[in-house]
Design a protein around this ligand. Structure first.
Ligand code: PMT
Length: 398
């Protein structure tokens, strides 16, 4: 498969399971490079990992390693993704605080790809509000993924949450997310993201609360799956996903023009943008002065971009919309699915504080044309992007 994985091993009793994780990854043809913390070497020797992976194991920042340039930077650069097994409370705390004081934490801070953390520790430690806060913070970052610990009998003698999942389960999750072939290679994915802006005068506009996070996460995931990815984006404060072709627009009509231009090339189109339904009919050419007690602004309806695409959709194209609703979520979403001729709609309950606009997490229901509803629980927007693309991909291959 030719993937490179950086396996970080921290000092916990579950260290021995990291040996099996390394072995299973090797058997799948993955090149595994291990960094151990000093405490981890008290449980398992570096030699064990060296023998299993066939690669030198790093522990000390100051070791003389001949064949790497700046060791921690080159290890970070080489990795297609990183996996920390077990992730102790200590490494979670360091990552959440941005502390880099040993080989593992220093390297992880330089990793820009996905980082999977498999926490394992005593139940009380795991449930400690500080640890939970750190986990919440990390899981809200786009490239961090938490592999949830299992419950059961722990080495410290208690029953509860904090047990490392079985190595086979950990590798299975990675297989789905990272080791799968580039499932969208040769395909084109068109994504819209962010909110549009409609001018009132040269300095004021009508806008909405969309941050673009959801659409950008979908575009990043499409790139990771090997698709040519076209992103049509409203004004947002986000870095462009590496590898995506980004076109910036301001108004709904500009978004319409670009979406229609790219749509015929797209195998999958996902409209995550929050498009203004109305625009100011005659924006003032000069700044409006505040002389009047009241100001009337006449709004006219914007074109519905998605409905337009639904009309020109060809056989074999998959069209996915979002529905942002504060009430009667499923009923309104179903209506939009039918009316706009969609293959799937992501029904977003934007009345929740932790989902929808301008937050790092989302929760939704995926409704497909055949009426099937899948409830997607609260998760990071990058996790949700994976789920949405997995479903869209399945629709494409139907
Ligand atoms: O950007 P974030 O901060 O991460 O927030 C994510 C999100 C809440 C913006 C996103 O997940 C979402 O729900 N996007 C759709 C927002 C919206 O405009 O929903 P709607 O129910 O009004 O529109 C339904 C669908 O029609 C959407 O796919 C929308 O892009 C599309 N539409 C709407 C109006 C219009 N004139 N043209 C359109 O194409």
């Amino acid at each position: 498969m030719g993937k490179n994985v950086l396996l970080g091993v921290c000092g916990g009793i579950a260290c021995y399971k990291a040996v099996e994780v390394a072995s299973r990854l090797r058997k799948k043809g993955v090149d595994v490079t291990v960094i151990m913390t000093k405490s981890a070497t008290q449980f398992v020797t570096p030699l064990t990992f060296q023998e299993i992976t066939g690669n030198p194991v790093s522990v000390d920042m100051w070791d003389k390693v001949q064949h790497w340039d700046v060791a921690h930077i080159s290890l970070a650069r080489k990795a297609d993704f990183a996996l920390i097994v077990p992730a102790t409370a200590n490494i979670l705390g360091k990552l959440a605080a941005g502390i880099a004081d040993d080989m593992l934490s220093t390297t992880l801070l330089a990793v820009t790809k996905a980082i999977y953390l498999a926490p394992s520790m005593n139940t009380n430690m795991y449930l400690n509000p500080i640890v939970q806060r750190n986990l919440k913070l990390l899981s809200s970052l786009p490239n961090y993924h938490i592999i949830k610990p299992a419950s059961g009998h722990l080495a410290c003698g208690v029953e509860g949450v904090g047990r490392l999942p079985e190595p086979a389960e950990i590798v299975e999750q990675l297989e789905k997310d990272q080791l799968a072939e580039e499932s969208l290679a040769g395909k084109t994915v068109l994504v819209t993201a962010g909110g549009t802006r409609e001018a009132i005068d040269p300095v004021r506009y009508i806008g909405n609360r969309s941050s673009g996070k959801m659409g950008y996460a979908i575009a990043a995931e499409a790139v990771r799956r090997g698709a040519r990815t076209i992103l049509v984006s409203g004004p947002v404060a986000l870095a462009a996903p590496a590898g995506a072709e980004v076109s910036k627009i301001e108004t709904a009509r500009e978004m319409k023009e670009l979406s229609e231009r790219f749509f015929p090339q797209a195998d999958i189109t996902i409209m995550a943008a929050a498009v203004a339904d109305y625009r100011v009919e005659n924006p003032a050419p000069l700044k409006i002065k505040k002389e009047q007690e009241a100001l009337l602004v006449h709004l006219v309806k914007n074109p519905d971009i998605l409905a337009g695409l639904g009309k020109i959709k060809k056989e074999g194209q998959v069209l996915v919309g979002f529905a942002a609703e504060t009430h009667d979520l499923l009923a309104f979403a179903r209506q939009k699915l039918v009316k706009k001729n969609l293959d799937m709609i992501v029904a977003n309950d934007v009345g929740r504080k932790d989902a929808g606009f301008n937050v790092d997490t989302n929760a939704a229901n995926l409704i497909s044309k055949d009426g099937k509803i899948e409830e997607i629980p609260l998760m990071s927007k990058s996790e949700m992007a994976k789920v949405i693309l997995r479903r869209a991909e399945a629709l494409l291959s139907k």
